[in-house]
Design a protein around this ligand. Structure first.
Ligand SMILES: [Fe+2]
Length: 134
């Protein structure tokens, strides 16, 4: 069972980013499943590896768009992205039993605070930049 489905209310209005954010929703559901069932550390590590790959691709997409738009808050935003990446590697070194739940809470909080917060701020300027090009 999925705990969350992607919905238009989660859109930041930049198609390429929305598509990638759907991948984050999938990972929230995967973390939820691992937290609610008996999971082994290998499954959790697999999800963390996926989160790491996601971070590389997704953050570079966002940061490129911010750069193209000349977004003034880019450095601050990049620093928050770096914290996500650091947290993922910290989880990978953590052997505690409640890791799946911690990953689930971490990703859910990221959706609520980062995607629904900071990402919306840069999206305004990125949309303007993309519209001016089309
Ligand atoms: Fe972001």
């Amino acid at each position: 069972m999925n705990i969350i489905e992607w919905e238009p209310a989660l859109s930041i209005g930049v198609d390429v980013v929305d598509e990638q954010h759907k991948g984050l929703v999938d990972m929230i559901n995967a973390a939820y499943t691992l937290a609610s069932e008996e999971s082994n550390p290998m499954q959790v590590n697999r999800l963390l590896a996926q989160m790491g790959r996601y971070a590389v691709l997704h953050f570079s997409t966002e940061e490129q768009l911010m750069k193209q738009a000349g977004y003034a808050g880019m450095e601050e935003h990049k620093a928050i992205h770096a914290k996500f990446t650091k947290q993922v590697s910290d989880f990978a070194c953590d052997g505690s039993q409640d890791r799946p739940l911690a990953v689930f809470v971490f990703l859910s909080t990221w959706l609520k605070e980062h995607i629904m917060g900071m990402d919306r701020e840069y999206a305004v300027e990125v949309r303007e930049m993309l519209e001016s090009k089309s």
